[in-house]
Design a protein around this ligand. Structure first.
Ligand code: FMN
Length: 205
């Protein structure tokens, strides 16, 4: 059975993004082996002085770390290994301040690792997760499909680029304008469910 890694940051009570994710899970839990990562319960370590230097020395400098040093990186390496072990990723998150929440950025900072999820070749950078596919489920309060916000959606380009950097083909189901079009939010969730059905069918045939 193919494996699916769910990266969820949906902390708000009655989260609309979580409703989309819950539908994905209900629809597919008998078709795939799911690993659920709740970033609202436990976030990856931020790259601070100690762990950043250990990571750089190990992954770029080829330095062999001691067991104790390795243990400092263990938490973020676990997130990386979950990604390396999966066939599919579903990342569910609201937009925060025109971008992704810090927990989601911290997850990418944990899993984008030189020599593991990407590498350098003679012709440039190559993603090492080429057999993995990703789905992004995102909601926002305002409408980012039109200006003045369209050009300041830093979340979707970041997510697609970061997945692509690791060789992962990603697609996004965005339901933007949940507050702006509050009277249409139920309709938007229903549309998202339809989109999720289509992708699920494609993934788990
Ligand atoms: C800290 C914070 C920052 C937010 N920043 C934005 C933003 O930049 N643009 C926007 O349209 N909505 C923003 N919102 C609104 C949420 O993105 C929106 O309500 C979203 O649908 C919430 O998802 P949820 O229902 O899964 O919690 C923000 C909300 C919070 C709590």
């Amino acid at each position: 059975m193919k494996k699916t890694l769910i990266i969820s940051y949906t902390p708000r009570e009655n989260s609309n993004t979580k409703r989309m994710l819950d539908f994905f899970i209900e629809n597919n839990q008998d078709k795939t082996e799911i690993t659920f990562v709740d970033l609202a319960a436990e976030a990856p370590d931020l790259l601070l002085k100690e762990n950043l230097n250990l990571y750089v020395n190990r992954n770029f400098g080829g330095v062999a770390l001691t067991e104790e040093e390795q243990s400092v990186l263990a938490k973020n390496d676990k997130f990386r290994d979950q990604l390396l072990a999966t066939d599919f990723v579903v990342l569910a998150s609201p937009m925060f301040n025109f971008s992704v929440p810090a927990t989601i950025k911290a997850w990418f900072d944990a899993v984008i690792q030189s020599g593991k999820t990407f590498t350098y070749t003679e012709t440039g950078i190559k993603g090492l997760c080429e057999n993995t596919k990703a789905l992004i489920l995102m909601t926002s309060g305002s409408d980012f499909e039109i200006e003045p916000y369209k050009s300041v959606n830093f979340a979707t380009p970041f997510l697609l680029t970061a997945f692509d950097f690791m060789g992962i083909t990603a697609e996004a189901i965005n339901k933007f304008g949940m507050i702006q079009y509050a009277d249409k939010s139920e309709q938007m969730i229903e549309e998202a469910k339809e989109n999720i059905r289509t992708i699920s069918y494609k993934w788990y045939v």
